[in-house]
Design a binder for this molecule. Structure first.
Ligand code: GLU
Length: 483
């Protein structure tokens, strides 16, 4: 079998789109699973779309996600350069070969003529505007004359009419196009730069790419690519076109309906493990109902044959629940590092919190949060006394005899020395017995007094984490405020 070499070939438009992340991930998984190479190639030949810093940004997002590439602009490799803007001479040489063979031709048509042609075709209600091969009939002499006079030109692919263009796609199986519907694609633009189609095919060939794995939006370009491979006499790679990503209303995933940049998700606090896990499932599953994966497990489980044809819905609710699951499965030490950076950015002034204390907070809340920042926002009472008390719980749990019962609890707690969680529990049970009330009668108002809330982790965990002095203060202040 041929060496497996795949590439992710983004155009640097400013950020890594989540759809791009999925394409990169599937390429990465396919390469790793088959002991192949994963290559990053930057397709930056459209100068009008050039964005400063975009390449660095792309690379940073891929690295954050853990998708390491074997060859690329910053790691090098034997097939470089990996930036198309540094390969312009190569494309020119190859296009000359096509011109000499009659598979491509110079076109000197002015923008005005092309516009008039388009308008005419629109009037005739043709299904799509197509170049009319006007310049294909120019004689050698005419062409030379125009070139000598520096008349602006493009080079076009010479698509022969009435052919079936057939190719195999790993996901879509056999695909065919009618050449009558394929335009004489511009290969070299008037600024001398190649178009995506030419540069992509030349590079995939020269970089010995075995499989082209990319989004479905490129499927309609593939017949042009196939014609180019055939014209050059090159072996075609295998194609695999990945299903579209859709909004929940089944429209194409767009910026208007939510975030599409990987960095937005990172900044919102999604773990890279969760985002990778989620993105992997956009169009693929292993044929069972397993949904929780780490990157290394995906490498083993992934296969291109199991990628679906139909569009995949980008469901943020599912992403959130995967984030929660990944937090649960993350080590407390890793979460501690993340929590500390959240603390630095928090509007709450959280100072003098030992790692030990933060780890206790993490342990008690781990099953209850979907984001690391919720180790603060969902349990502010660990960091600051309650500013208010949940009204519903006051009505339900704070009765006329409650202040007295709370006083008794406070007294019992104050006698404890360096109490453990169990010490609190024993003292609590004893007071409940003495007062002859069920635990429930005491625990709800106690929770309200120390946290201001009616739900949260185990009561004795909260007491232990807050510490004796703090809980005594809080019980007293609740007694005063909730009279
Ligand atoms: N440069 C194209 C993009 O931005 C690459 C498409 C392909 O993989 O062929 O996605």
């Amino acid at each position: 079998m041929k060496n497996i070499r795949v590439r992710f070939a983004p155009s640097p438009t400013g950020y890594l789109h989540v759809g791009g992340l999925r394409t990169a991930l599937y390429n990465y998984l396919f390469a790793r699973k088959n002991n192949g190479k994963f290559i990053l190639r930057i397709e930056d030949t459209d100068r009008s779309r050039y964005v400063e810093g975009a390449v660095e940004n792309l690379i940073a997002s891929l690295k954050w996600a853990g998708l390491t590439f074997d060859e690329g602009p910053d790691v090098g490799g034997n097939f470089g350069p990996y930036m198309q803007s540094q390969r312009l001479e190569t494309y020119k040489n190859y296009v000359n070969e096509l011109i000499n063979k009659g598979d491509a031709y110079y076109c000197f048509c002015t923008p005005e003529r092309l516009k008039a042609l388009r308008e005419e075709q629109e009037k005739q209600k043709l299904p799509q505007a197509k170049y009319d091969k006007h310049c294909l009939s120019l004689s050698k002499n005419e062409i030379e004359e125009k070139l000598k006079n520096n008349i602006s030109y493009v080079v076009r692919l010479n698509v022969r009419p009435n052919q079936k263009i057939i190719f195999d796609d790993v996901i879509r199986e056999r695909v065919d196009f009618d050449s009558n519907n394929v335009d004489d694609q511009v290969l070299i633009k008037s600024d001398g730069f190649p178009t995506y189609h030419l540069a992509n095919v030349v590079d995939d060939h020269l970089m010995e790419i075995s499989h082209v794995i990319r989004g479905e939006e490129w499927l309609s370009s593939t017949p042009k690519h196939v014609l180019l491979y055939d014209a050059f006499g090159w072996e075609r790679p295998r194609f695999a076109h990945l299903p579209l990503l859709l909004n929940p209303d089944k429209s194409k995933l767009s910026k208007r309906q939510g975030d599409v940049a990987v960095e937005d998700y990172r900044d919102k606090g999604y773990l890279k493990d969760a985002l990778i896990n989620f993105v992997a499932l956009l169009g693929w599953n292993a044929g069972d109902d397993k949904e929780f994966y780490y990157l290394n497990e995906l490498v083993n489980a992934f296969s291109l044959e199991q990628v679906n044809k139909s569009g995949a819905v980008f469901d943020v609710v599912k992403l959130n629940s995967l984030n929660a699951l990944h937090i649960r499965n993350q080590s407390n030490e890793k979460l501690l590092t993340m929590l500390k950076s959240e603390i630095e950015n928090s509007e709450l002034r959280i100072e003098n919190y030992s790692d030990e204390r933060l780890l206790l907070i993490i342990e008690s809340m781990k099953e209850r949060v979907s984001f690391v920042k919720e180790f603060i926002t969902e349990c502010r009472y660990f960091y600051t006394p309650p500013a208010e008390y949940e009204q519903k719980s006051i009505e339900k749990n704070w009765k006329s005899d409650t202040p007295n019962q709370m006083k008794k609890l406070a007294e019992a707690f104050s006698l404890l020395e360096s109490p453990s969680k169990e010490d609190y529990e024993l003292a609590f049970t004893k007071v409940a017995e003495e007062l002859n009330v069920g635990n429930g009668k005491l625990i709800h108002p106690l929770r309200l007094a120390v946290s201001g809330q009616s739900t949260g982790p185990g009561m004795f965990d909260i007491l232990y984490i807050l510490g004796k002095n703090e809980i005594l203060k809080r019980i007293n202040s609740a007694i005063n405020k909730l009279k």
